[in-house]
Write a protein that binds this ligand. Sequence first.
Ligand SMILES: [Zn+2]
Length: 343
Amino acid sequence: MTDLPALPWQARQWDRLRAALAADRLAHALLLRGPRGVGKGVFARRLARLLLCEARPRENEACGRCRACALTAAGTHPDWLTVSPEPDRATIGIAQIRDLIEQLGLTAHHGGYKVVLVDPAQACTREAANTLLKTLEEPPGAVVFLLVAHQAALLPATVRSRCQSVTFPVPDRAEALTWLARAVPDVEPAAAEAALDLAGGAPLDAVVLCAPEARARIDALTEDLRALLVRQRSAVDVAGGWQALGAVQTTERLTRVLQQAARVLAGSATPSGQNRDGQHAAASSAMQALVAELDFERLFELHDACRAAWRGCALRQGLNEQLLLEQLAVTCRESQSTRPAGR
Ligand SMILES: [Zn+2]
């Protein structure tokens, strides 16, 4: 009935909210939190459609047949308000929240719930979040706020405390792989598994990473690392390229690339020199070239640096991204291999 299929690893969260809704106990503000790429946004939209569906009391999902469902599917339901950063902006500004509040002051067109989706909620500036907070404290009528956040820690504690948290962890690996095989049937299982690893176990992110252009970007990052390790390129040059991707994405992807490198390195260290579980077969030539420059000591040093940088930018707004990326590139370039030369 819907182009928003239920994701199998979200059944527990769905059942819990569905039960609360049936008992008329649904919190008026929900904070859907968890890593990027696990489907929080899909879940929020599925819930929004159910809240607005005219057949809701009888159905477990939005019916897909009523007038409201036609409007939500077309993205034109007047009682569903979405706030996201405007094009070319990284943040949600106070003007957007003021507009939202003004629209909430109007009566619901269809006489039921109004649904507000804020995605990603951590993109709210401090002023925007504080303005939103006042509305969360005194919601105007039957409104349900759905705040979607993969970096919920960036939201003020006052906003978080006004919301009921619904947590979306990374699903079980086997379940994710089964789902992925159906989602991207043309991709070889080993490649899908490698994409899931690079996505940190987040299945929707893994789908994105299965696309040829995304794989090319990962290969480019992998090659950047190798070029730094062999001092083929300068830190400033490499960091300049990284800036286009942004500090959060770059540091997250680099961390995952190094995690995959660790698996490849472990695989290549087996006595036969062969991989144990197909990981090596899935490794790109860029990955194999990177691994050739690494021993575990150097790999862990790089991984720690990338991970620290990722954590650092995930927890701070208004960060100097250029500086952070340049420092990271310098660290990578200056790392030492203990592996004997001409191995
Ligand atoms: Zn419906």
